[in-house]
Design a protein around this ligand. Structure first.
Ligand SMILES: O=CC(=O)O
Length: 334
């Protein structure tokens, strides 16, 4: 018995202990490929506070040098404080609003993100939602399957995508992919970003209200920060106007959701395609009833291909860190 305890302790020393913060499905998939390399300690679903959880699982907090997080639970200063030896936070998400980056910087904790891993998938979803709202694909599906099964069909017209002016809010990796796709559909691209990008010729608007006033649709794909919280407020929505469409593939709180619901109910904007919500998984019930709104369960990053690539990328970042090499996809400015 003593021997086997000793063996377990030795193994724990050799296999890095990693705190897994997030839904177990990713860790299950990841472990199916990299089970031998890492020992994941996942407090998901435990009612215990993290410190008690670690004690109960015989884990010495100072043995944990890395965290992998999937964005469902925040990596706060309090979490980091419990782990005095953490030197790396690996995020499986494009958005990093769940990580206290300031505390990481203060403690010189490295952070890795996903680079451009999801950009195409998220952009596809953004364009898909826009087309769906404009051409009423989901509304048409409900019309055919739930309402008028036997005809005759009298379904209201949608609107043409080609020629529309689309304002992209956040011209980062995802925004650029959205722009590329919509240009191919014949749309005119305008944008708002933290800074003007010299490498594109699209018109830049430092003011989102002005961008909205010049756009038929806004596609929101910027990061959620203190500065961008409720960036899309009543003024922006009124400027977008009664025919205007909002697509959100960023984070729910980028839009003032109560105001958006009111604008949709009162016809102040024309429609919305939403992959994200302010208090997920809560979705305002008013949205469910509207035919000019298309809802998606925060799914833009999820494809079988991206899951596979993500798993490899997380492993590569962990491997780089544990071999004292530079991270593959470090978060800049951290
Ligand atoms: O929303 C998903 C992500 O940020 O990766």
């Amino acid at each position: 018995m003593a021997d086997s305890n000793h063996q377990i302790q030795q193994t724990q020393k050799l296999i890095p202990q990693i705190l897994a913060i997030g839904h177990p499905s990713f860790f299950k998939f990841f472990s199916s490929q990299y089970i031998k390399n890492y020992n994941f300690i996942n407090p998901w679903g435990s009612p215990l506070p993290l410190d008690q959880f670690l004690t109960t699982h015989n884990t010495e907090p100072s043995a944990i040098r890395a965290i992998v997080c999937t964005g469902i639970h925040p990596v706060t200063t309090d979490v980091l404080r419990l782990l005095p030896s953490v030197e790396l936070v690996v995020s499986t998400t494009a958005g990093l609003d769940h990580i206290d980056l300031i505390e990481c910087r203060r403690r010189s904790i490295q952070v890795s993100g996903v680079g451009g891993l999801y950009s195409e998938d998220v952009a596809d979803m953004g364009v898909g939602l826009l087309i769906d709202v404009m051409r009423k694909i989901s509304a048409g599906d409900r019309y055919v399957t739930e309402r008028v099964k036997s005809g005759p069909w009298h379904f209201s017209f949608g609107s043409k995508l080609g020629g529309k002016r689309v304002g992209i809010v956040g011209l980062g990796r995802i925004g650029l992919e959205v722009a590329k796709r919509l240009e191919a559909f014949g749309c005119i691209i305008l944008y708002h970003s933290k800074k003007e990008k010299q490498f594109v010729s699209y018109p830049f608007y430092s003011n989102v209200v002005e961008l909205a006033a010049k756009s038929n649709a806004l596609v929101i794909c910027c990061a959620l920060t203190e500065q961008t919280l409720h960036l899309i407020n009543k003024e922006v929505m009124l400027a977008l106007g009664k025919e205007g469409i909002l697509v959100n593939i960023g984070r729910g709180a980028l839009i003032d959701e109560n105001e958006m619901v009111r604008c949709l109910m009162e016809g102040e904007i024309g429609g919305a395609g939403l992959d994200v919500f302010e208090n997920e998984p809560h979705v305002p019930k008013e949205l469910v009833a509207l035919d000019n709104v298309v809802l998606s369960p925060h799914a833009s990053v999820f494809t079988s291909e991206s899951e596979m690539a993500l798993s490899d990328l997380v492993a590569e970042n962990l491997e780089a860190f544990f071999s004292n090499k530079p991270l593959i996809t470090p978060v800049r400015d951290n």
